[in-house]
Design a protein. Sequence first.
Length: 311
Amino acid sequence: GYPRGVSTFEALIAAQDRVEPRDEMPGDYRATLVRQIAQHAHSEIIGMQPEGDWITRAPSLRRKAILLAKVQDEAGHGLYLYAAAETLGVDRDDLLEALHTGRQKYSSIFNYPSLTWADVAAIGWLVDGAAIVNQVPLGRCSYGPYARAMVRICKEESFHQRQGFESLLTMSRGTPAQHAMAQDAVDRWWWPSLMMFGPPDAESPHSARSTAWGIKRFSNDTLRQRFVDLAVPQAEALGLTLPDPDLRWDEERGSWDFGTIDFTELREVVSGNGPCNEVRIGRRVAAHEDGAWVREAAAAYAAKQGTRGAA
Ligand code: 3HC
């Protein structure tokens, strides 16, 4: 039992307990979870495109099999997250409509092109690496269905990050041309990966409430710093350099100082002016329309099953 006079919700949050779908919750709590979980799901689905472009061009059967498994995982992450969002009373079709019409977002990182095979490795190492840093704390988020979705997603993300690192290491130790290709990919994906963590804390409109509600366990800048501290030694192990001349170890803080991030680029990409925004949404909408017959057939089949079961 919770102390009298305090709403169940406030008591759950104060006790760091889980809020479940049937618990009473403030409308704004529900709304910000729908916003974040839906956009997380959209990111997973759109995130299939940059890597999907390379499935038919993977340099070996082993790399193709790994990439197929990874892209399939991303689709699954999207579906878990849409299912988690639906526990808040929203309809998946409405969420997809919001994505297709630009009313809801997806992560800025997927608006960059995957120009060479090394990009697939850099995405695994950097983008999935950043996603792990962001998603592990979400496994302790106050909303039950979202936190539980993270448990399985984080397990699969560690495979995604490891295969990216291993592929990048292979290229870095390969021919000079392969090393150069790996370095070029890291040069292009490093700063956009830091932007994945969002605007600086001082310019983050949602952080205060998301933190008070136990949704955001660590601030944008805290997780960004955590990611940099993990990536710098890994880059050294890869024999690749990070494109930031201001990187400097700060003994006192026990962290790496890094250069200034161009947050106008993040704002530009988020507002639709990134290199690939039109392509990504165009292909998403086309896939949705081309897939309408599958949804109709599945619904008709389910209806027939339902009636047969009743007969
Ligand atoms: N790309 C697009 N939009 C971004 C963004 C980014 N990199 N960073 C912030 N934003 C948006 C926010 O969504 C918000 O806009 P909105 O009100 O329209 O939703 C606005 O910028 C202000 O940012 P805030 O920091 O105030 O917003 P949040 O408190 O929501 O923090 C977040 C942003 C850290 C991304 C948080 O939403 C979050 O943790 N989301 C869940 C994780 C997620 O979405 N990760 C996407 C990475 S891709 C991925 O995981 C796939 C993997 O398999 C590779």
